[in-house]
Write a protein that binds this ligand. Structure first.
Ligand code: IZC
Ligand code: ZN
Length: 429
């Protein structure tokens, strides 16, 4: 960057700038060290980062627009690597059942839970689903999330699974958040196949050819859990998906410890997700692999569980840990990744340094966006959050509220604090 070049935007007077400098995902010890620039500035040109340096150096630069960060913290846009974004209806009626002690898997067994969302999603039009998901995405954007993974899995039939994936495809064009699509047709066994899960899985595998031809998803995922799909079924299903050219992920060891963590590593999955019941042997294997541990402590919290994923053992063993909301209508109805950062501090005993790696660079690697999102470096897309905080430890500490001051997506201001706690999205203006 030379003094004569004109930047589109210069954010200067930054108190702390987290660039998340490094190479590849941050594993183990690497998660404990953060690269922090004090009194910094970031310049943007054509939607990309064109300058990273000190506020002093930036005094030489010219820009169309100068944003005075006034000593605030600036980080990469947050990345959420696991959401069930597109669904019909909601499940507030289950809250009473849960209070009465009815377990999550028992509600599913009775035909509720995921299956009640399946009924609502089958009944919703594509347009209705687009409008509903847009509201959720707007909220995510206002919380500083700029890249988000979205799963299907509330159709469990050809037509509705494709409808959900097409909704995501449309949203990729209509919403500033970068979306990454995952096919989760194997999310539950639908009522019409209760007695023949193998036939159901065969149908979902067949559907993958259409998903591939229409480029509707990059990843294939499966819910490996008691009463849903076994480890053997999951292995066969995901191997068949890999043979068709898909990358894979697994909902593993969320409620019962079945050995899904080991399976994720065995298959070379991009991520193993949940891992609450991961065994010590599974954790050791994870640490030696390229599979990212995507932890979703919002679900332990929301389902009122004592058990949380053993993030400390995982990081200390050398694994790369990411965090996610698991936004879904049943076990984690929240779009607030900042709240998840606080739960990770309180329940997973993760340090602020580890938490920031987990919601930026590691989350990006879990969805194969590690070379594009999650770091602030010259030439990368300018996805940035200016926080109403002077230091990075403050965000997980002050919990339950939105600390965003401003969000820039590819260099454009897309959300901004307007008054008090109100963060308004501005991308449609
Ligand atoms: O709708 O309950 N765990 N899938 C696996 C979910 C939670 C989503 C849901
Ligand atoms: Zn999930």
């Amino acid at each position: 960057m030379t003094a004569r070049q004109l930047l589109d935007t210069l954010i200067t007077n930054i108190g702390q700038l987290l660039t998340m400098e490094g190479k590849g995902p941050a594993k183990g010890e690497q998660m404990k060290k953060l690269s922090v620039l004090n009194h910094a500035a970031v310049g943007v040109k054509d939607g990309k980062i064109a300058f990273v340096g000190s506020a002093k150096q930036a005094e030489q630069l010219q820009a169309e627009r100068v944003i005075d960060a006034d000593g605030r913290l600036v980080t990469p846009g947050l990345v959420d690597p696991h959401t069930h974004l597109v669904f019909g209806g909601s499940r507030e009626q289950e809250m009473t059942l849960k209070q009465q002690g009815v377990p999550y898997l028992e509600i599913l067994k009775r035909g509720g839970g995921i299956l009640s969302t399946v009924a609502a999603t089958r009944n919703a039009s594509e347009e209705e689903l687009v409008q509903k998901a847009k509201l959720h995405l707007d909220r995510m954007l206002s919380y500083g999330m700029t890249t988000v993974e979205a799963k299907s899995g509330y159709g469990l039939d050809r037509q509705t699974e494709l409808k959900q994936l097409r909704v995501v495809k449309r949203l990729k064009e209509e919403h500033p958040i970068d979306l990454v699509s995952t096919f989760l047709g194997a999310h539950a066994i639908p009522p019409e196949y209760q007695h023949d899960p193998e036939q159901f899985l065969a149908e979902m595998l067949e559907l993958l050819d259409v998903v591939k031809a229409e480029q509707l998803a990059e990843f294939v995922d499966i819910f490996c859990e008691t009463g849903v799909f076994t480890v053997e079924q999951s292995r066969a299903f995901l191997q068949a998906a890999q043979a068709k050219g898909f990358a894979v992920k697994i909902h593993a060891d969320e409620i019962d410890p079945l050995g899904g963590t080991e399976l994720a590593v065995e298959l070379g999955a991009a991520s193993g997700d949940h891992l609450v019941g991961a065994s010590e042997a599974g954790i050791r294997k994870l640490a030696q692999s390229n599979t990212i541990a995507v932890l979703l402590p919002g679900t332990s919290f929301y389902l009122g569980k004592e058990a949380y994923a053993k993030a400390r053992s995982m990081i200390d063993a050398g694994a790369a840990v990411a965090l996610s909301t698991d936004f879904n209508p049943g076990s984690s109805p929240t779009e607030n990744l900042q709240l998840i950062m606080s739960i990770a501090a309180l329940k997973l005993k993760m340090t602020p340094e580890e938490i920031w790696h987990a919601v930026t660079v590691n989350a990006a690697y879990a969805i194969h966006r590690g070379e594009e999102a999650g770091r602030i470096a010259i030439g990368r897309k300018a996805d940035l959050v200016i926080w109403d905080a002077s230091n990075y430890a403050y965000v997980p500490y002050h919990y339950g509220v939105n600390h965003v001051h401003m969000v820039l997506k590819a260099g454009r201001v897309v959300a901004e604090r307007s008054r008090g706690d109100v963060i308004a999205t501005t991308y449609a203006d």
